[in-house]
Ligand binder design. Structure first.
Ligand SMILES: [Zn+2]
Length: 305
């Protein structure tokens, strides 16, 4: 769903054409109105399902026997944030041959040069792949930035960990075209647009939560929302440090519920936006333990609280 809000002129004095209104809803995108003029467009870069055998129970003494389904519904979501005429992306989705971010931005009337910054939650292929343009894979062609003006924000911890991780080093080709506009930051730093970077480590060593007021972009805090809000001790095998990922997941869910924050997840079923309730008691859990359980409530309507 889109609205005419995209017709607002760019106020950043960049000399670009205003973003035009989308003439018709663009499938796989949804518009949300936040407080203080913040606009969020959730963009489904690609549909996804997470296989049940990708998940592990990190605590053998956990009092619930897990019945893992063959797979869970998931998604690869990217969030376009517009505020005061500036446009930001949180993550960039898959490489162009596997994702649709570039096509959907074009369908929304958003030109690549209108993106002012991309905030990367962590360096995995489904989050940095869309930083390259579709022509990057052509033989002999140099990798080209999909967003020619955008500054690229990554936590310094994540960047340093990536550099020392042999398995992830090949992902550097997605970052390379942004080398002269790379902005490495520390957790706690204030970033453009009013975003604050917060540590949400565990999935990767520098996994970052971006907070814009009460809008919390949680990246890969959860991979199977249907299960991991209720059972945060369950980890995807993608979590590089499962014990830390569990601790972080419980901390963020506890705080999100307490503050009534809106969480926006990269793999929560599209549009990936909702609130957290809890801790709650679950039937079948017989002892009040340190285990925490939550519920995820998908957002209703297009107004963000
Ligand atoms: Zn991911």
């Amino acid at each position: 769903m889109t609205r005419n809000v995209l017709a607002l002129c760019c106020l950043c004095a960049c000399g670009l054409l205003p973003i035009r209104a989308a003439d018709a809803p663009v499938a796989g995108t949804m518009f949300f109105q936040g407080r203080d003029g913040v606009e969020i467009i959730a963009i489904q870069d690609a549909p996804a399902r997470m296989k049940g055998n990708l998940f592990i129970n990190t605590r053998p003494d956990y009092p619930i026997m897990f019945k893992l389904p063959p797979d869970w519904e998931a998604s690869i979501n990217v969030f376009l944030v517009r505020r005061a005429g500036e446009s930001y992306l949180v993550d960039a989705g898959n490489a162009p041959e596997r994702g649709s971010l570039a096509a959907k931005l074009a369908a929304l009337g958003v030109k690549p040069e209108q993106i002012d910054a991309v905030f990367i939650t962590h360096i995995h292929p489904d989050h940095v792949g869309g930083l390259l343009s579709g022509g990057a894979g052509a033989e002999g062609a140099a990798p080209a930035a999909q967003f020619p003006r955008a500054a690229l924000y990554i936590s310094r911890v994540e960047y340093d960990a990536w550099k020392n991780d042999e398995n992830r080093q090949p992902l550097g080709r997605f970052l390379q075209p942004y080398a002269n506009r790379l902005r490495l930051f520390a957790f706690g730093d204030r970033l453009p647009g009013g975003f604050t970077a917060r540590s949400a480590v565990g999935h990767t060593p520098g996994h970052t939560l971006y907070a814009l007021g009460q809008l919390w972009f949680i990246g890969d805090l959860v991979h199977a929302a249907e299960h991991q809000f209720q059972h945060p001790v369950v980890c995807a095998r993608y979590d590089l440090d499962p014990a830390q990922a569990v601790t972080t997941r419980i901390e963020v869910m506890t705080e999100a519920a307490r503050q009534n924050a809106v969480v926006l997840g990269a793999h929560i079923p599209f549009p990936g936006i909702g609130t957290v309730v809890g801790p709650v008691n679950l039937a079948g859990v017989t002892r009040p333990t340190e285990w925490k359980h939550f519920h995820f409530l998908p957002i209703k309507g297009n107004e963000l609280p």
